[in-house]
Design a protein around this ligand. Structure first.
Ligand SMILES: C[S@@+](CC[C@H](N)C(=O)[O-])C[C@H]1O[C@@H](n2cnc3c(N)ncnc32)[C@H](O)[C@@H]1O
Length: 227
């Protein structure tokens, strides 16, 4: 499928899949979306509610893609001085040529950490790698339906392509896997606010909140595993 690099409303770039008219990130701002949905409503929320346990946080990302969410999380881990173990699942890795056309390092004013983003992309699959003092990365090359982890993660960044193009990823079957993979008190955050998605999450046992969305999107969802 033909892929283009496009500039989103906050100046950060993303990849567009032309045939699907679908992007890796919000066209209203890739970095803004990542910071709002995953960092503020995921990582920061989790750390504020679970302050006693938040010195060591494990995160599962559904769709490692460009590594933008992972890179911003690394920058935050260093600021928070919180050890983060990050697990990025991805079946179709983004190639280095495409990566070089994105502008996340400049947009995030992270020139000093540029080598860390490169290291993330070059790191081996299925092996835990120390990327910084506060951030380890384990990339897992597999399809989401093969996830079988139980009680393993504090936070899930659910960042699959939208249900319009991949409806099979927004079902009770997948959310049951996500529920099982989370520890108790764990949270899943996603940019989607669709009613059918919320209901599928509730059916498998999640408590679901509708929250204000990132710029350009009215709402998003946060699902908590309470028992
Ligand atoms: C919305 S993009 C993720 C963007 C990413 N979080 C980032 O920060 O760049 C969705 C990702 O899911 C991957 N993907 C799609 N279907 C998949 C599947 N069934 N199993 C594993 N990965 C899949 C795609 O290759 C793509 O990288």
């Amino acid at each position: 499928m033909k892929r283009n690099i496009i500039t989103t409303a906050d100046g950060s770039k993303t990849i567009q899949i032309e045939e699907w008219n679908e992007q890796y990130h919000s066209v209203h701002g890739a970095i803004q979306e990542a910071k709002h949905v995953f960092i503020k409503e995921g990582l920061y929320h989790y750390c504020s509610v679970n302050s006693a346990d938040s010195n060591d946080v494990s995160i599962l990302e559904i769709g490692f893609g460009t590594g933008l969410n992972a890179f911003i999380t690394l920058l935050e881990a260093d600021k928070l001085k919180t050890k983060i173990h990050y697990f990025g699942v991805e079946a179709f890795p983004v190639g280095i040529e495409e990566m070089n056309k994105l502008n996340y390092v400049e947009q995030l004013h992270a020139k000093n950490q540029e080598h860390l983003l490169k290291q993330m992309h070059e790191s081996l699959w299925e092996v835990e790698q120390n990327i910084s003092s506060f951030f380890t990365l384990t990339k897992q090359k597999k399809i989401f339906s093969d996830i079988k982890d139980i009680n393993s993660y504090d936070i899930i960044y659910f960042d699959a392509f939208g249900s319009r193009v991949q409806p099979e990823l927004w079902t009770e079957t997948i959310f049951k896997k996500m529920y099982d993979a989370l520890k108790i008190n764990g949270v899943l955050v996603t940019y989607s606010a669709k009613g059918s998605v919320r209901r599928a999450m509730q059916t498998v046992g999640f408590e679901v909140e509708r929250l204000q969305g990132p710029p350009g999107k009215r709402e998003m969802l946060r699902a908590s595993k309470l028992s």
